[in-house]
Design a protein around this ligand. Sequence first.
Ligand code: ATP
Length: 590
Amino acid sequence: MNAFLPYLKYLRPFRFHFWMAMLAGVVFAVSSGFSLPMMADKVFPKLFGDGQQMDGVTVALVAMGIPLVFAVRAISGFFNVYLINYCGVRVLEAIRLKFFSKILDVEPGYFSNSRTGDLVSRMSADTALVQLTLTEAANDLIRQPLTLLAAVSFLIYKSVSDQQFAFIFLCLLVVPACVFPVRALGKRLFRKAKQQQVEQGDVSNLMTEAVSGAREIRIFRAEASFLERFQRKVADLLHSQMRVIRYFHMLSPSIEVISSAGVSMAFVVAYMQGITLETFMPLLFALYMSYEPIKKIGVLSSRFHRGKAALERLEEITNYAVSICEPGPDRAVALERAQGEIVFKDVSFAYGQEPTLEGVSFRIRPGEKIAVVGPSGAGKSTLIQLIPRFYDPASGSVEIDGKDVRDLSFEDLRRNIAIVLQEPVLFAGTFEDNIRLGKPDATTEQVEEAARKAHIHEFIVSLPMGYKTEAGERGTQLSGGQRQRIALARAFLKDAPILIMDEATSALDSESEEKIQLALSSLFEHVTGIMIAHRFSSIRFVDRVLVLDKGRLVASGTHTELMESCSLYRKLYLNQAGTDDATPEALRAK
Ligand code: ATP
């Protein structure tokens, strides 16, 4: 329960609903815990006890008391549950939003250390469990403790007025006796529920892997081993699910047994003290009315234990301290439209212990076009990711127009940069929506213009639904080259002064490649461009090439200069060209 208390702050906008729910809960509790035993106390003796004749109207009025109390109880019970459920789902909405905004806030590098399936499972299965806890618990959260209070109050009132103190004692004895199973089972339940949610995450992971790695699994004939792994994970999950069910459902019967012992002791006390049925009935009623809430409060605590396990997993994400943060408004330096000068000053960076970049320094003039080349694993992708602050250097600095990128707001920094990644992601929505990502308020004409410049317009209009085609719909799945051209269209539309391009490594058909290179040359025209060049034919668009090797900048110059002065560059070029002909003419022909 305590784990959920910090979330009460989200109820502030719904204070009215919450207090009305409390009020309805009080009415429900008084009508259940106090009025029902009171009816038993006042009505039964009138009807059966004192032997006085009553006229029909009095009998009817007395008898009507019972449905009246039940009607008040039913109406107040409904409003209590309805309103408190409303508060519960609003709290859940806040938790979901907090989780999702954290997913949008964390540095992209965070996801390379986490598993997609597990994150999806936290977002779906764990929030569903928290929802279940909040909505199920909401039903009893106010009503049961208040009903217990009302019933105990009646018991005290009646026991004192009838001098039957043994009943108070009995009631008070049963409460601590019930605490033992609640605590013991609760602890186990929490541990198992946590394990169950972790295993649920593992199952989700395997599912996402089976979908995203569908081709690899088939070509390497890994179906049987995946199925076997899945069966094992599902069996583990089933095992812990059954444990959770066991502990969850053991509690209620345990409390029932303990409280039935209390009731039987009440019979013994009543017999030994010669209590009349008239006196005994309301006391028994009140005793029952106190045991019922005790049982339900016990179950409520189990629900909270189960929900806490899920909440903790959500909090592992929501409480994660984002390592790449914006400067505070007092520290932020403004950058309108950048000129496009980029300077790396003695930049070093490491993902773990081993350095990935070491002492990298260079300057790119505004409007200059640069290609970065180097062997696989040299640190090219890492280098470009430091500019939009997907990562921060461990030492040294990256500057745009003389301003350290760490001093710029994300808005000022990222507004000035367009990126085209190796395998651009298309989101659910139409092609138009996907291109518009570059500029959400762009007109349809601007979207089409950008698509034309990216040489993807003709393909889009050739589809029956044109720009309204769903990007992910079956049959309209795009080739790698088409995806990159959509990403180029986004970049055209964004019209940022700095363009970062990570060329596709996968082989593109010559038509696609030709179109991309045409688009790239016009996109590069008015910007500062940095391209990770996997194909040397792309180098013809750039003014200068940086050569990276094992995280160090080993050379910088034009293609011709590097062919003469840099053996690594020459080797890389000749490896790809498969020829010794490295003349500029041969290069242009590539
Ligand atoms: P390629 O041409 O093959 O794409 P690259 O030159 O772009 O390679 P990077 O992707 O920058 O190289 O990787 C540089 C080094 O950093 C590699 O040794 C790689 O294993 C490591 N690395 C890259 N990303 C991560 C990561 N998220 N976590 C840990 N290590 C990483």
